[in-house]
Write a protein that binds this ligand. Structure first.
Ligand code: ADP
Length: 709
């Protein structure tokens, strides 16, 4: 039976090969074994039951605890041309009945249900009248009390299976299972543990980093500006943090949505939708957000504060890059977070777990402090033994130089001591920089010998430096109504000259993925289709598929089928629209070569180089004072192409005076349009402007803005 699997993968899902673990899982299921499959998020677990569902006769039941996920998964299957539906509490009584009737007639290949359904006698009776070859148990760790999301209704699964006239196979799937949880799953679902498929927890497309001793708000704002075209999540510890950051980001004209348990159901649903539909690019949320979020094109997850344990961290951070494209997971660490989490644990009602939770918190803090590979730290935490450095995380790639800051550290700490170790970070910085602030004078701090000894620096800079000393645990914080700082025992060693202090340069903000105008264009096409079809854009095509399109530039149906993620059904439904857009784009930009990395690039690499040279050639003519029109004429290119070249040059750091290309009278109009439409997408800006203001002028203006902030 397995020989049918690959052709089905290809024709329905448009993928040319199985990923690690998928083939073994599918073989095991088709051989009639109860099976458990442990794969990281984004590993491709769904295919492990969707392909057997297509091969086997009858209807595969999928048990999933997440109502919101069910709809997206079913929508995605329908988009691929597979008959599927779900039954859960979001349906009315008559809707559910209708679906059950259709299911009994064998209308669906896959039926998704919430575990609570299994508690209904009538529903089990209905199942008895269906042909059910396979029961897939998603998030199977929910069956175990040792897991972090125990769901009692999962305990009804085996009962249901036993009651069916023809006993189906079981496939249990999970991303987070320690050996103890795995044992539980096998025992409770009657799986022989020899039928275990584990692919390891590594996420090869994620790069982790920890930023410490830096101003986190500033870091985050820089990061968001640099990655404004990408979708990402920012996790903050409390509702209040979320609200505060939300307001700050809005003020910066960042297209942000928010989510926390203090909001009404309607507000939360609206905000979530805006994010899922790519209408807001950033979601700022507490840990309440994310369960059941299947959005595959999340390019970054930033933790504004540290979560309480590694399980939560990996789960939240793991929401980045489900589509397999490179993505970043950034932790903005400050030692105060440990104290906040410790406080929350102390407050929690379950006294018996406090020691265990504090231990987990300590490991979380260790992650923030390790200088070794971060991905490897995580893998070891989850019990993997054969690990190696990932070569892509912040620690593996850290090439910053360290400078000796022992003297400055001693100045700060001696000032803290002279101030009586009873004051906060900011006033200490003011004293060190010689501020004439009323409080400083009132307290008589200007008489201290350390007053003004760092006056060559700004108070903000010194305050950041104190933050760095806190991150090194040389200075500690006493929590209270106003947190105060004091010198730790380790800090005293530095004061006594027993220990030097080194500080690395600040970490620079990176761009997760390169700009590619065709990729943006195709995302717009996808967004339009998604709006008409009333599904989130990633259900139409993943970013990975769009990226592959802008790399392979398909111009015929056959070529379009070669794109990863395009199956026959999607070719029929959307092929024409995408192919036409690609053709139109290539006519407008005949010189275009994709910036995307793709397997298919092997043949195109030389051409790519030619483009590099091409825009440099344009640049040298520009430097000789030729206008874009003149350059276009001379080089027999379209003006549009020349304009694209100049933008590319600027992006690569060459000097281009864009102000020259925008007639003065358009500046106020552009200013107004950008204020209204935001900077995220060009089209809404263009729509607010007179026809003659070109995309180039808009891009030039935005570039000009970003340089002159
Ligand atoms: P998980 O449930 O393990 O988190 P998914 O089943 O959602 O992962 O799959 C993650 C992504 O990988 C999806 O976008 C899916 O379409 C893609 N994918 C799955 N299998 C393959 C494959 N064999 N080749 C290419 N992409 C795949």
């Amino acid at each position: 039976m397995f020989e049918k699997a690959l052709p089905l993968l290809n024709s329905y899902f448009g993928y040319s090969s199985f990923r690690n673990g998928q083939e073994q899982a599918i073989r095991s299921v088709l051989d009639g074994n109860n099976t458990i499959c442990v794969m990281p998020t984004g590993g491709g677990k769904s295919i492990c039951y969707q392909i057997p569902a297509l091969v086997l006769p009858g209807t595969t039941i999928v048990i999933s605890p997440l109502i919101s996920l069910m709809k997206d998964q079913v929508d995605a299957l329908i988009q691929a041309g597979i008959s599927a539906t779900f039954i859960n509490s979001s349906l009315s009584y008559s809707e559910a009945n209708e679906r059950i009737r259709d299911a009994k007639q064998g209308k669906y290949k896959l039926l998704y249900i919430a575990p609570e359904r299994l508690e209904s006698y009538d529903f089990i009776e209905d199942l008895k009248n269906m042909v059910i070859p396979l029961v897939a148990v998603d998030e199977a760790h929910c069956i175990s009390q040792w897991g972090h999301d125990f769901r009692p209704s999962y305990r009804h699964i085996q009962q249901m299976i036993n009651s069916l006239p023809q006993r189906p196979n079981v496939l249990a799937l999970t991303a987070t299972a320690t050996p103890r949880v795995r044992d539980d799953i096998c025992k409770l679902l009657n799986i022989d543990d020899r039928n275990t498929i584990i692919t390891g927890f590594e996420r090869e497309n994620l790069s982790f980093s920890v930023i410490k001793g830096q101003d986190r708000l500033k870091y985050m704002l820089d990061y968001l500006k640099k990655n404004e075209h990408e979708a990402g999540i920012i996790y903050a510890a409390t509702r209040k943090n979320v609200d505060q950051l939300y307001e700050k980001l809005k003020k910066e004209k960042i297209n942000v949505a928010r989510y926390h348990a203090g909001m009404s159901d309607i507000d939360r649903a609206r905000e979530q939708e805006r994010f899922l539909e790519d209408k807001a690019s950033v979601m700022i949320a507490t840990s309440a957000f994310g369960m059941g979020i299947d959005k595959s094109n999340i390019r970054y997850v930033v933790h504004y504060q540290m979560p309480k344990n590694m399980e939560s961290y990996y789960q939240e951070a793991g929401r980045a890059g489900r589509d397999g494209l490179e993505s970043e997971c950034i932790m903005l660490y400050s030692p105060q977070d440990v104290q906040v989490q410790r406080f929350l644990i102390d407050q929690s009602s379950d006294r018996s777990r406090i020691t265990q939770e504090l231990e987990k918190l300590q490991q979380m803090a260790d992650y923030c402090h390790t200088e070794n590979c971060l991905q490897e730290f995580i893998l070891k935490y989850f019990g993997e033994t054969e690990t190696k450095s990932c070569g892509r995380c912040g620690n593996c790639l850290d090439s910053r130089t360290s400078i000796d800051v022992t003297k400055e550290a001693q100045m700060v700490m001696s000032c803290v001591i002279r101030m009586g170790q009873r004051f906060g970070k900011n006033i200490t910085a003011q004293v060190l920089t010689g501020s004439k602030n009323k409080k400083v004078i009132d307290m008589g701090f200007e008489r201290l010998t350390t007053y003004g000894i760092m006056k060559d620096q700004g108070a903000k800079e010194v305050s950041d430096f104190i933050e760095f000393l806190i991150s090194q645990e040389l200075i500690a914080i006493e929590q209270g109504q106003f947190p105060t700082i004091y010198v730790s025992p380790k800090g005293k060693d530095v004061l006594l000259g027993k220990q030097p202090v080194f500080r690395r340069e600040a970490v620079k903000v990176k761009q997760v993925s390169k700009n590619d105008p065709l990729f943006e264009e195709l995302r717009d096409v996808r967004r339009r289709i998604a709006e008409t079809e009333k599904v989130p854009p990633f259900v139409i095509f993943s970013d990975a598929a769009i990226k592959d399109m802008s790399a392979k530039l398909p111009k015929t149906n056959e070529e379009f089928l070669q794109v990863s993620g395009v199956g026959e059904h999607k070719l029929k439904k959307y092929g024409l629209e995408f192919i036409q857009s690609i053709r139109a784009f290539l006519e407008a930009y005949p010189d275009y070569q994709s910036e995307c990395d793709s397997d298919s690039q092997a043949v195109k690499k030389p051409a790519k180089k030619a483009v590099r040279d091409s825009h440099l050639e344009t640049y040298s003519l520009y430097k000789n004072n030729l206008s874009p029109n003149d350059i276009a004429e001379k080089r027999e290119l379209s003006t549009k192409t020349v304009e694209e070249h100049l933008i590319l040059c600027a992006q690569q750091g060459m000097e281009v005076d864009f102000a020259k290309f925008i007639p003065d009278e358009y500046i106020p109009l552009l200013e107004k349009a950008v204020a209204e439409a935001g900077r995220n997408r060009l089209k809404p800006i263009k729509e607010l402007l007179p026809e003659e203001v070109s995309y180039f002028m808009i891009k030039a203006y935005l570039y000009f803005l970003s340089k002159n902030k």
